[in-house]
Design a protein around this ligand. Structure first.
Ligand code: CMP
Length: 140
């Protein structure tokens, strides 16, 4: 097994409902360690840049509005196969399709307010981690 790092965002819907601890428990129970973490309010420019791959999608403007509607908690998670492991712990993007026991099945409100984001590939994990964290902020 390979140790990997992945970028996680606990989204505004979850931070507002004060369930960051419940979500973190899922990561830790699933074998992931939090090696960096900070709470922030994303600017419109930062949210637009982070989701620029979705710029042409019909949900892009709403997604940017939602992601700037309140604080988020950004994290670097580390563990064996962390990228896929995190995706398994999160469940499907659409909570209606998420397996029971996953974060999105238990906590997500809808496909937009779906409580968490996680990197979807090794390349994107590297890009997304460096988008939010300086190497000096990551303590393995
Ligand atoms: P995330 O993993 O953060 O990546 C892009 C986000 O767009 C996704 O989670 C969803 O929260 C959001 N989104 C909103 N509407 C849709 C949609 N129709 N299809 C896919 N993603 C959507």
């Amino acid at each position: 097994m390979t140790s990997q790092r992945t970028l996680s965002i606990i989204k505004p819907d979850a931070v507002k409902r004060n369930i960051t601890g419940k979500i973190i428990q899922k990561f830790e129970d699933g074998g992931l360690s939090i090696i960096a973490q900070k709470r922030m309010l994303l600017t419109k420019e930062k949210a637009e840049a982070f989701y620029s791959v979705h710029k042409a999608r019909p949900f892009y403007n709403d997604l940017v509005s939602f992601m700037t509607s309140g604080p988020v908690v950004v994290q670097v998670l580390e563990g064996d196969n962390a990228i896929q492991r995190n995706r398994d712990i999160m469940g499907a993007t659409n909570p209606e399709e998420a397996d029971s026991g996953t974060i999105r099945a238990e906590y997500a409100l809808n496909i937009e307010a779906n409580s968490v984001h996680g990197s979807d590939s090794e390349d994107n994990a590297v890009i997304e981690i460096s988008f939010f964290f300086d190497p000096s902020e990551i303590n393995a």
